[in-house]
Design a protein around this ligand. Structure first.
Ligand SMILES: NC(=O)c1ccc[n+]([C@@H]2O[C@H](COP(=O)([O-])OP(=O)(O)OC[C@H]3O[C@@H](n4cnc5c(N)ncnc54)[C@H](O)[C@@H]3O)[C@@H](O)[C@H]2O)c1
Length: 380
């Protein structure tokens, strides 16, 4: 039985507001701990929408101004699920109020903002984490285990792609609800901060820091009607972003992201080639890790597909779910993240990525965008 409560104040009720609320509701059932998560308050600017969201997900109360939510003494943890341009202001105010903070990715619009956020949470001494959830898909977590055990040997290549196709239409507007990702003033960047940020976080976690990068970006549709101003305005985001780089361990990075890959919806794949082993993972087949082990006996050597659903500690997180062979989904990565955050509070060893960890991803993002602009290699 949990003896402590963790009162959540949720800001934003969109895609991530729902994903995180679902995780808060699941976590106590599947990952029991000493903390009971309480959905204390949901915040949205529109009162009717806030009430509807609170009723649907079981929040006890609502706020229509995030500042009021942060000022409430009954809120322990502030969850920032707003567009990127609000992360900094909310996080710094929450840190000053002594709240724990779970912030959506990317941490910030740029490195300068991220540094201010790291300074604020560290000065306040509040627990903090960024929702780079793909680390906690069991097959990806297993990849980390294999790498940490040294099974890949020397790593030569890290290859990642995140492909979508939802902005191909030239008459799609930019800005406002649902389309803020196309508005650079709100998103900070395009596919780099939105999609590659995930790939970079996973890469740094699995393969260590990056040293330098060279990047190519393209904005295929140069002008779009802006939903908020009613005017046709220049598009400031990167529609596609391809970069090469070097990791500190000597391996080479090859990353690509676009929203113009017709037929692809959320095609996040990663492949790592080491001297002794290669591994491949695909979000569309998220419970499988493909492995080629050069140390296998030659006559049966080949790519194998591990269904990461074994009910033993060998397969991360899975002992807490169903029986061997039964898959879990995308949503579970958020549940795992909350479970690890709580475990970090209880053990005193914070779960990552903390704001400071996520700042490393921000440094790579700033470097690739600077390189795309200058056409030069840029140190991270
Ligand atoms: N971890 C992931 O896989 C993942 C996936 C999607 C989005 N994200 C990140 O999550 C964040 C939100 O993205 P989303 O897809 O949920 O967006 P969304 O558009 O679905 O939701 C954003 C929410 O923020 C609310 N909001 C905006 N301004 C506000 C304000 N001043 N006060 C209170 N609420 C406000 C909106 O009303 C909306 O409910 C972004 O930073 C995004 O990059 C992360």
């Amino acid at each position: 039985m949990a003896t402590k409560t963790l009162n959540v104040g949720m800001i934003g009720y969109g895609f991530m507001g729902r994903a995180h609320s679902n995780a808060y509701k699941q976590v106590g059932q599947f990952f029991p701990s000493d903390h009971k998560v309480v959905l204390k308050a949901a915040c949205a600017r529109d009162e009717a929408k806030a009430k509807a969201f609170a009723a649907q997900w079981g929040y006890e109360s609502i706020e229509t101004d995030w500042r009021k939510l942060i000022a409430r003494p009954d809120i322990d943890v502030v969850d920032i699920c707003t567009p990127n341009n609000l992360h900094k202001e909310i996080a710094i105010a929450a840190a000053k109020a002594g709240k724990m903070i779970l912030c959506e990715k990317p941490l910030s619009m740029n490195v300068a903002e991220g540094e201010e956020m790291v300074a604020a949470v560290e000065a306040a001494g509040v627990a903090n984490m960024v929702w780079y959830n793909y680390r906690r898909i069991p097959a990806v977590t297993l990849a980390k285990k294999l790498i940490d055990e040294g099974r890949l040997g020397k790593i030569f290549h890290y290859r990642a792609k995140f492909l979508q196709d939802w902005t191909i239409k030239a008459d799609l507007p930019q800005g406002g609800q649902g389309l803020w990702r196309l508005d650079v003033a709100v998103a900070g960047s395009g596919v780099s901060g939105d999609l590659l940020a995930h790939c970079i976080d996973t890469a740094i976690w699995l393969n260590g820091p990056m040293k330098d990068v060279t990047c190519l970006t393209e904005t295929f549709v140069k002008e779009r009607l802006h939903n908020l101003t009613g005017k046709v305005e220049a598009v400031g985001i990167d529609d596609a972003c391809l970069f090469l780089g070097r990791f500190a361990n000597g391996s080479l990075a090859n990353f690509e992201s676009t929203r113009y890959a017709r037929g692809h919806k959320a095609a996040y794949t990663l492949e790592i080639n080491g001297e002794d082993m290669s591994i491949f993972w695909d979000l569309h087949d998220l419970h499988r890790l493909q492995v080629f082990d050069y140390k296998d006996e030659a006559k049966i050597r080949g790519w194998k597909s591990i269904h990461v659903t074994d009910n033993s500690p060998d397969h991360p997180y899975m002992a807490n779910w169903w029986v061997p062979g039964l898959a879990i989904g995308y949503d579970a990565s958020f549940t795992h993240q909350v479970a690890d955050f709580i475990a970090g509070l209880e053990s005193g060893t914070p779960a990552g990525p903390t704001f400071r960890d996520a700042l490393e991803t921000q440094r790579v993002l700033d470097a690739i965008l600077a390189s795309a602009k200058s056409h030069q290699w840029v140190n991270v």
